[in-house]
Design a protein around this ligand. Structure first.
Ligand SMILES: *Cc1c(COP(=O)(O)O)cnc(C)c1O
Length: 370
């Protein structure tokens, strides 16, 4: 059937028809019409975090990782020292980026099944005064853990350390308020909880640290300070903008606002999450995480302990019923993941659970009955 499959993934994700239709036009990057769209997107993004007084927002071409790399290279001085709070693959990626950018990097490791610990951060900062910046992944998408942003920001604030937050998979769904939470940089992207299409990231930079960022990045294309200056001066992106991605994000944000903003999005995703957990547990699936630390963004399930199970055939069987799952990203246990985000609601999740049940039957894996 020629119908889009529903994406149960943490981005790219299922978007609305209205968002897709916004991409059916050509836009000139010099044209005032397009630059008005860019300005409107930037204003809306600052609205979401109540950040107009404290922060600027700098959009950047590329996937989310491009913006993480750009933020570290623009924010951290060459002789700076980054401490990464590590409880998953995206944390390890941030540490690798820091090292590749030539910054000294220390990793404070935690299990991937628990949030990072602000008390351990406190001790690490007390012990090593050379640390200048802390990197936190807000929602660790590898397992789905929600990390304690406010507590980590408070510790960083008390020690006067810069905090760089990768809020890629939480932004727009979990509350982030720049009036309450101090961070030097916070990174997210178009194709996650704002339900745009992938292709651009954006970084909120605290105004108080902005001037010191001049000339720091060793990259021309990913220098957020230069991108910011150019945008302010000309209203244009510095190099060719992802025009269709920007207009789709503009349309996605209009729908986000009409839905009721972050609280409404969180409520829809929470309902998706609860519907998913309820339905999957009836099929015998157990989530990997304690619900108390689980973000309603993406759920890691233990794979069925059945000789006929392997992820590839399970994926293909669910796909044949119209839904795309996501592989697990844990090294110790066999898992798969199901995203709760995107332009989907309870009925899509109910259908997804039904597709999983059909897939189990297709594969000859018995369905648990309760
Ligand atoms: C999606 C995501 C990213 C960015 O991944 P890209 O594939 O580069 O878009 C970074 N961090 C987290 C926590 C994410 O969920």
């Amino acid at each position: 059937m020629d119908r889009d499959k529903i994406l149960l993934t943490p981005g790219p994700l299922t978007t609305t028809l209205r968002t897709k239709l916004a991409m059916l036009k050509d836009w000139g990057s010099w044209d005032a019409d397009f630059n008005t769209v860019t300005a409107s997107v930037r204003k809306s993004l600052l609205d979401i975090i109540h950040g107009h007084d404290s922060h600027v927002v700098v959009p950047l071409q590329g996937s989310g990782t491009f913006s993480v790399e750009a933020a570290i290279a623009t924010l951290v001085p060459h002789d700076g020292h980054v401490l990464v709070l590590d409880n998953g693959a995206y944390c390890k990626r941030a540490a690798r980026i820091s090292s590749l950018m030539g910054r000294r990097c220390t990793v404070l490791g935690f299990e991937d099944s628990i949030p990072v610990d602000p008390a351990a951060l406190q001790q690490a900062l007390a012990k090593d005064a050379s640390i200048t910046h802390v990197v936190l992944i807000h929602c660790e998408t590898s397992a789905g853990v929600l990390n304690p942003l406010q507590a980590v920001a408070d510790v960083c604030g008390a020690h006067d350390k810069g905090l760089i937050v990768d809020a890629m998979s939480s932004f727009g769904a979990i509350e982030i308020d720049a009036r309450k939470t101090r961070f030097d940089a916070l990174i997210a992207a178009s194709g996650k909880c704002l339900e745009g299409v992938p292709g651009m990231g954006f970084v909120f930079i605290r105004k108080a640290v902005l001037d010191a960022c001049a000339g720091r990045s060793q990259s021309l294309a990913m220098d957020l300070y230069d991108q910011y200056q150019y945008l302010e001066k000309t209203t244009q992106w510095r190099f060719t903008p992802p025009t269709h991605v920007v207009v789709a994000l503009h349309e996605a944000i209009a729908q986000f606002e009409a839905e009721g903003g972050q609280p409404a999005r969180l409520a829809r995703y929470t309902n998706n999450y609860e519907t998913l957990i309820g339905g999957m547990s009836k099929l015998g699936f157990k989530p990997f995480l304690d619900p108390a630390i689980q973000a309603p963004i993406i759920v890691t399930f233990h794979a069925p302990a059945h000789p006929k199970y392997d992820f590839k055939s399970f994926y293909a069987a669910v796909r044949a019923h119209g839904f795309l799952l996501y592989p697990g990203k844990l090294t110790q246990v066999e898992t798969f993941r199901v995203g709760c985000i995107g332009a989907i609601g309870q009925s899509e999740i109910e259908q997804a659970v039904h597709a999983v049940a059909l897939a189990l039957t297709d594969l000859g894996i018995a369905v648990a009955s309760e």
